[in-house]
Design a protein around this ligand. Sequence first.
Ligand code: CTP
Ligand code: K
Ligand code: MG
Length: 180
Amino acid sequence: MVVSLVATAFWAMLPAYVPNNAAVLAGGGRPIDGGRTWGGRRVLGDGKTWRGTAAGTLAGTFLAVVLNAVGPAVSDPLGVALPTFPLAAGFGLALGAMLGDIGASFLKRRSGRERGAAFPGLDQLDFVVGALALAFVAAPGWFSATFTLPVLAVVLVMTPVLHVVTNVGAYLLGLKNEPW
Ligand code: CTP
Ligand code: K
Ligand code: MG
């Protein structure tokens, strides 16, 4: 029961977990805000680029397609019916994760935090909220069948833990400037 819940939550969120990491690897180039400021501060900052956003969205969407292909090989030994992703669901999760992260940067800049500054809580959940919201809009039937209340509860507890672990890992590997 618990194994099945955690496996389902993790699998269903993978297309939302990968985009931020892909953006870190691919980021650079033109910032989305084009350098514009609002109220004396950058609208988003140099940490939100077109290339990173596109790479993250593509990576998450592509991963959903791969997960659909390998799902049966993982489901059967685990004894868990893992979710499959309609294209709209994979794309919604991936783009939503990127948009949630971008929204958080907007809020960080408005509250005077420079690029790279930590905003505990927001940093760990911005992309989850964005991913779930856009997946709901893009694939409502799939969303309600997949994200039952227990699965949602596991997602909200598990994601911040995974986020901290992967970001500290990326920092230690020298891929990220800050461990958050
Ligand atoms: N990145 C990107 N485009 C995005 C998100 C991330 O290019 N939409 C890249 C940037 O190189 C960024 C790095 O991934 O610096 C790390 O992402 P993140 O921690 O989200 O950005 P920060 O640089 O910390 O900026 P912010 O304070 O706005 O979060
Ligand atoms: K972030
Ligand atoms: Mg950061």
